[in-house]
Design a protein. Structure first.
Length: 137
């Protein structure tokens, strides 16, 4: 585990944050909720101990959505561009950081693919698709 100050931002850069924390886990979550909330094949989340998030700018653009179902699920995002942002879980025991919101490479690498049985049928097929530096021609 590595303790460090990390900074991040949303796509439109109206929201900027920093966190001093110890990274515990980095995982890809393939559950239905994570696919829906990201619009992608999985969510890439870094989990840490609870830590204070310092909103450097744009705190007024930060919105929290707590899923009303039986499963605890939260999404914090920028109300301007929709980018995912860090959040403490409902009971304050874990901090979740969307890896894509970081401004630099984390000092931890993905360690797990969780809810693997819920993965999209097209996920693994996509891994073998042709690769391009930019838009496909």
């Amino acid at each position: 585990m590595n303790q460090s100050v990390i900074t991040g931002s949303c796509l439109c850069e109206k929201v900027r944050y920093s966190i001093m924390s110890e990274f515990q886990q980095f995982y890809f979550c393939h559950c239905k909720q994570c696919r829906k909330v990201t619009g992608s094949a999985f969510a890439a989340n870094i989990q840490t101990k609870p830590a204070e998030i310092t909103w450097i700018s744009g705190a007024e653009y930060v919105k929290r959505f707590d899923y009303p179902g039986d499963r605890f699920f939260t999404k914090v995002f920028c109300t301007e561009c929709g980018s995912g942002l860090p959040f403490l879980n409902k009971n304050g025991t874990k901090l979740f950081i969307p890896a894509g919101s970081l401004d630099s490479e984390p000092c931890i690498r993905p360690e797990h693919n969780i809810f693997w049985d819920d993965r999209s049928s097209w996920y693994e097929v996509g891994l073998s698709a042709p690769r391009s530096k930019g838009f496909a021609k």
